[in-house]
Design a protein around this ligand. Structure first.
Ligand SMILES: Nc1ncnc2c1ncn2[C@@H]1O[C@H](COP(=O)(O)OP(=O)(O)O)[C@@H](O)[C@H]1O
Ligand SMILES: [Mg+2]
Length: 456
């Protein structure tokens, strides 16, 4: 039996933190791009081309092919790839990696590539389960004398009250469920369900009866569940094939502190064997045949693709042919360069001709000053920062002269400085102070090459 109920979602979300303002490609129904929509500003031709790619994917005409986004740094390549995954639907996995990331001393590079392929393939599992669901009205652990004597007391039972639209129920549960409840940080007023067979506890959200006007924490409010407390419920879970690999590679019950510590001290990256993957694939295929699960191919984004070597490219070619494959989007800011792992074969973007032949290549262009300004303003709004018009001007100048990325990166430290200086709004002087504290790459290189003191 494949373990699916304990798996955690993709914990690499922080990699997309800089793109939270992007909600999609922002295209009209005829496929043309609005100048500014869905968080995207400008880069209209590339967005329209990505829209065509989305259409091809939907029409299942992308098999064996991949996309290459070619353009300078900070021209929105990562943002475009993310938007493609968003256009394909919510819960479509997006797995961004950098070409160099697959080289490690522990894991073979093709193995690392395979792992990321599986991170980019989702599986939506639908199961009808017997559950107890409701708003928690009571949560009382019952203690008893420790049967072994001594001073300790142990929890013998957990009393829990659940309220649904049609009724209430009081349950007396095994102490093991108490641990699950603590792990999900359930408190009175939360809506939860408990799977009757496994005792797995899932916190759905906070009951909207407890919604207040002033809520600082991001909390999801949900209505009191319909129907009875005890019922059958269709549970939909979105996981990736990699989640399944991990959940089934680790020994059961591997979620407690001790085993977590063990993992921290000695990360075993080689636990997932080919045999295990094949086992998982078999079960997944059976689930799909039974109509219990459906595959959700996501997007694997490989930045700096010239960092891959010839062996990886061979693997990529083969993987693209496989029936279970994510959409592969490559990115490069190089022109012609030597293919890694060869003596002197020069090719466009450092990509071998046989793979190049499979690529749909989309160029991205530098932004004009007006666009840079709009993007910075949008990003500031997303991060809840206010800045004066002059500060926006100054940051935008950097965006044009150095790079959009550098300009966007100045926002957070500038806001901290403005607060330190007792201002609510980022001022030109804060930006100037930031420039002195954090220099861009070109200035940094200049300083190093002019100062002999650095070279000792
Ligand atoms: N056209 C755009 N509209 C809005 N935000 C953008 C746009 N292009 C880039 N960005 C944002 O600018 C930053 C840098 O873009 P990124 O996608 O990382 O560039 P690249 O991958 O080409 O180096 C990111 O925060 C991204 O979300
Ligand atoms: Mg990028």
């Amino acid at each position: 039996m494949v373990q699916i109920s304990e798996v955690k979602g993709n914990s690499r979300e922080n990699r997309t933190a800089a793109h939270t303002h992007i909600k999609g490609l922002g295209l009209r129904s005829d496929g043309t791009a609005e100048k500014s929509a869905a968080g995207f500003i400008g880069q209209t031709a590339a967005r329209e081309a990505c829209g065509v790619v989305v259409d091809l994917i939907r029409a299942k005409k992308m098999a064996g092919r991949a996309v290459l986004l070619a353009g300078g740094p900070g021209t929105g390549k990562t943002a475009l790839a993310l938007a493609v995954s968003q256009e394909l639907g919510t819960k479509v996995p997006f797995c961004p990696i950098v070409g160099s990331e697959i080289y490690s001393t522990e894991v073979k590079k093709t193995e690392a590539l395979m792992e990321n392929f599986r991170r980019a393939i989702g599986l939506r599992v639908r199961e009808t389960k017997e559950v107890y669901e409701g708003e928690v009205t009571e949560l009382t652990p019952e203690e008893s004398e420790n049967p072994l004597g001594g001073y300790g007391r142990t929890i013998s039972h957990l009393l829990i009250g659940l309220k649904s639209y049609r009724g209430t129920k009081k349950l007396r549960l095994d102490p093991s469920i108490y641990e699950a409840i603590q792990k999900e940080r359930v408190t009175v007023g939360d809506v939860i369900y408990i799977e009757a067979n496994t005792g797995a506890v899932k916190r759905v959200g906070r009951s909207d009866a407890y919604a207040t006007e002033f809520d600082l924490e991001a909390e999801e409010y949900v209505p009191i569940p319909k129907g009875d407390v005890h019922k059958k419920k269709e549970i939909v879970q979105d996981v990736t094939l990699h989640d399944l690999d991990v959940a089934n590679a680790r020994p059961q019950g591997g979620q407690d502190i001790m085993s977590m510590m063990g993992q921290l001290m000695k990360p075993k990256k080689t636990e997932i064997t080919d045999k295990l993957r094949q086992e998982i694939n078999k079960v997944v295929n059976r689930y799909i045949d039974q109509g219990v699960a459906e595959l959700v191919p996501g997007v694997l984004f490989i930045d700096e693709v010239h960092m891959l070597d010839i062996e990886c490219f061979t693997y990529l070619n083969r993987a693209l042919e496989s029936t279970i494959s994510p959409i592969v989007i490559l990115a490069s800011n190089r022109g012609k360069c030597t293919i890694r792992g060869t003596e002197d074969i020069v090719a466009a973007h450092g990509v071998p001709p046989d793979l190049l032949a499979r690529l749909l290549i989309i160029p991205t262009n530098a932004y004009d000053p007006e666009e840079v300004k709009m993007i910075i303003r949008l990003r500031a709004r997303t991060e809840n920062l206010s800045l004066s018009e002059a500060a926006l001007e100054k940051i935008s100048e950097h965006g044009v002269r150095i790079s959009l990325r550098y300009a966007l990166q100045l926002l957070t430290p500038a806001s901290i400085l403005s607060r330190v200086n007792g201002r609510k709004e980022i001022d030109v002087s804060d930006v100037a102070e930031c420039e002195d504290l954090f220099i861009d790459a070109r200035r940094s290189a200049n300083i190093v090459s002019h100062a002999d003191t650095f070279i000792s």
